[in-house]
Ligand binder design. Structure first.
Ligand code: PLP
Length: 362
């Protein structure tokens, strides 16, 4: 038995893997491997529309939002967002607001700077990225900024918003790559939500974009068609060949999530998993997590060692015990990171805590 704590591509629910395995040589009535089927095949189209509907049901996405399945990962959206939302503004006056809470926010900011003047309304840098600055401390948004972008869960740094920025008249854009489907959300609070699939939704290759319909009209003329939200919405995200395999895997993950009780059940389980791991870390003098408890991520739990020389042995011995991929991101300052996405069973967290206690003892 192994548990894989990878930050992404991440652990998928076991029943999903088993079904992929069973159906690999012949998918459903088509008797054809899913990876060799036309994306225009009626059975695939049905699968794709059903998957979009299941996502709509799970997240209660209102009718006035479109759901797109695009390529290029969340990083393509770092460019797609500004290119699709700034077209109605004179190029010299394009302006967008961002919040910096860590590595992924910064990557989005770097990309956006190619298309717009970026105003960083708040940066967690002043708090050493150990805390999310309260909204009351943020600078006012410039009246001509086209949107506000933030990263609800910082996958590398382990910070998560447990609230949604409020009170803006411009669209709120959220990179939910690493916490979509981990909890209920009110989609009405957002203009655009985007997320790559390889954390909570399935395998890498497809990126979900949930966009309020009126925002489909603001694209810059030079935006590549594959990234043009309006063009892709008009052709059901089939302008280019979509990643049929990734969409198939997502279809299974969403059915699994529904059968498990949906986002409320996911949230309850994710809370339990994260709370017990943080409690184990806080109860010891051996392991540390310095992030303010109210801003700790439920998805990516970071921990370091009072004696940093223990880290390598910990990672090696954990792997020997079947606890895999616990090494932290090199840009996140090292240490360990346990990613506890929806696909990580509670027994995996229990096994990790048990191992941590034993390692500390000897
Ligand atoms: C993983 C991740 C990304 C990058 O996704 P790609 O599919 O590699 O482009 C972006 N943002 C966040 C928050 C992530 O966790």
């Amino acid at each position: 038995m192994t548990y894989n704590f990878s930050a992404g591509p991440a652990t998928l629910p076991q029943p999903v893997l088993e079904q992929v395995h069973r159906e690999w040589f012949g998918w459903g009535d088509t008797k054809t491997p899913i990876v060799s089927i036309s994306h225009r095949h009626p059975a695939f189209l049905e699968l794709m529309f059903e998957t979009q509907q299941n996502l709509r049901d799970l997240l209660s996405v209102p009718d006035r939002y479109r759901i797109l399945f695009l390529a290029g990962g969340a990083r393509a959206q770092f460019s797609a967002v500004p290119m699709n939302l700034l077209g109605h503004i004179d190029p010299a006056k394009r302006r967008a607001a961002y919040i910096d809470t860590g590595l992924w926010s910064q990557s989005a900011i770097t990309e956006a700077k190619q298309y717009a003047k970026v105003d960083i309304l708040s940066s967690a840098k002043t708090l050493s990225y150990l805390e999310i600055p309260a909204q009351s401390s943020w600078e006012n948004i410039p009246s001509d900024a086209a949107y506000l972008h933030y990263t609800p869960n910082e996958t590398v740094g382990g910070l998560e918003f447990h609230w949604v920025p409020e009170g803006y008249s411009v669209p709120l854009v959220a990179d939910m790559s690493s916490n979509i489907l981990s909890r209920p959300i009110d989609v009405n609070q957002f203009g655009i939500i985007y997320a790559c699939a390889q954390k909570n939704l399935g395998s890498a290759g497809v990126t979900v974009v949930i966009i309020r319909e009126d925002l489909l009209e603001q694209a810059c003329s030079e935006v590549p068609s594959v990234l043009n939200y309006k063009k892709q919405a008009e052709v059901q995200s089939l302008y280019n060949t979509p990643d049929v395999f990734a969409i198939y895997v997502m279809s299974l993950v969403l059915k699994w999530a529904k059968a498990e009780g949906g986002v409320h059940a996911m949230e309850a389980r994710n809370k339990r998993k994260a709370e017990k791991l943080y409690a184990a870390i806080d109860a010891s003098d051996f392991y540390h997590n310095r992030i303010k408890p109210a801003d700790r991520s439920r998805m990516n739990v970071i921990f370091t060692f009072a004696d940093a020389t223990r880290e390598e042995d910990f990672i090696t011995e954990a792997a020997q015990s079947g606890l895999l991929a616990l090494r932290g991101h090199k840009l996140g300052g090292g240490g360990c990171r346990a990613s506890l996405y929806n696909g990580m069973p509670e027994s995996g967290v229990d096994a990790l805590i048990q191992f941590m206690r034993e390692f500390e003892k000897h």
